[in-house]
Design a protein around this ligand. Structure first.
Ligand code: ATP
Ligand code: MG
Length: 251
């Protein structure tokens, strides 16, 4: 099967003034296959954001390679970027814009036409349940609303590969459901998607395959059934703890 993202022996070392060298990623290997939702599941500090930022061309790895649609990011980052939509918690929005102004601004910066942006906004606004907010300024928006606007911005150019770092973090039940349904809808449209999360339910409900990331290492990759078979466990939570070896001394 065609792999849209391929990560090969990816490592990242941060040189931190306080902590010295931080090995954030250790030799990661995984792929995103066409049409699937792949989940990177891991706790705080596991390396999820680092991995997704590198894949999204926003950060350089210390070693290893990333291929986006067969293009190696080392020499084709600019072309590869056209295949990607990236959502991160740290995405800046411009507070003094309305949602519509903001989307037009980013759309035009990305070279999209006025007609295209208008059509795309109607679609995104409906899917994300943003109708009432489209002409309001972003500055007073709740976390959930800002997240939806960031998602709309990431999806404006209609990229085939979508990368969502913690898509439902900080969202209430309603907003989480809208975002989860949106991700399913994107998959139905044929998009290939990587999400990161520490939320077992989200991983279980949404992902076709899961990579368990712990302390910068991928401890296992596969469907839940495969991971269950390999560990002799039943639930994703039990699989996770078996793979990261935490609390095993209590057994
Ligand atoms: N710019 C940086 N400088 C130094 N260390 C960093 C930097 N960015 C991340 N790290 C460290 O790298 C490790 C992985 O961080 P990362 O943010 O990728 O984890 P994460 O899985 O996204 O965690 P979270 O759930 O908190 O978002 C952590 O130990 C973190 O402190
Ligand atoms: Mg993170």
């Amino acid at each position: 099967m065609e792999s849209l993202v391929k990560v090969e022996n990816l490592s990242k070392v941060f040189k931190d003034q306080g902590k010295g060298e931080v090995q954030a990623l250790v030799n990661l290997n995984f792929e995103l296959r066409a049409g699937e939702i792949f989940g990177l599941l891991g706790p705080n500090g596991a390396g999820k954001t680092t991995a997704l930022r590198i894949i999204s061309t926003l950060m350089q790895p210390t070693s290893g390679d990333v291929f986006i649609a067969q293009l190696n990011l080392r020499d084709n980052a600019r072309r590869a970027k056209e295949y990607l939509g990236f959502l991160t918690a740290e995405m800046n929005l411009y507070d003094y814009f309305t949602v519509r102004e903001l989307l037009f601004f980013f759309g035009q910066v990305n070279g999209l036409t006025h007609t295209y942006i208008t059509d795309r906004i109607s679609w995104l606004v409906e899917l994300l349940d943003l109708e009432k907010y489209i002409d309001r300024r972003v500055d007073n928006f709740s976390t959930g609303m800002k997240q939806k606007v960031s998602i709309a911005r990431a999806l404006l150019p209609d990229p085939p590969i979508i990368i969502f770092d913690e898509p439902i973090n900080g969202l209430d039940l309603m907003a989480s459901r809208v975002v989860t349904n949106l991700i399913r809808e994107l998959k139905n449209e044929g998009k290939s998607i990587i999400i990161s999360t520490h939320n077992m339910n989200l991983a279980e409900n949404l992902c076709d395959r899961i990579g368990i990331l712990f302390e910068g290492e991928l401890r296992g990759v596969g469907t839940i059934e495969e991971l269950a078979r390999n560990t002799g466990q039943n639930t994703l939570e039990d699989i996770f703890f078996k793979m990261v070896g935490e609390f095993s001394e209590l057994e």
